[in-house]
Design a protein. Structure first.
Length: 110
């Protein structure tokens, strides 16, 4: 039934008393089609917008993660500046430092 309605929609002699509604439907179909064609064909099209939105969401997630990492690193830096034991532990674990007279043994964890 819908196929027949759409087929007859373009015949103005069948409008009858509903000419206003049928004219609006014709106008809406043409306007929607032109808008969609315009959004798909132009250089800055709908697909580019969707891709940009996806990239923006990914970058926002990355910013949140990097801010979390920065906070963690700031806390580590603060601990190393204020606590001698933390600094000593970090130097021993990271750079294999040792106190005078100590022997350092490196064990491969693999």
């Amino acid at each position: 039934m819908a196929k027949g309605v759409l087929k007859d929609l373009w015949k103005k002699d069948k409008d009858g008393r509903n000419h206003g509604q049928r004219s609006f439907v014709r106008y809406a179909i043409i306007a929607t089609t032109l808008t969609l064609v315009f959004l798909m064909v132009k250089k800055d099209n709908l697909f580019v917008w969707l891709g940009a939105a996806r990239t923006l969401r990914q970058q926002q997630k990355q910013i949140v993660e990097l801010e979390r990492q920065n906070s963690s690193l700031d806390a580590t830096i603060n601990a190393l500046r204020t606590d001698r034991d933390s600094l000593e532990k970090y130097a021993r674990e990271t750079y294999l430092f040792s106190a005078p007279g100590e022997d350092v043994y490196v064990v491969d964890g693999k």
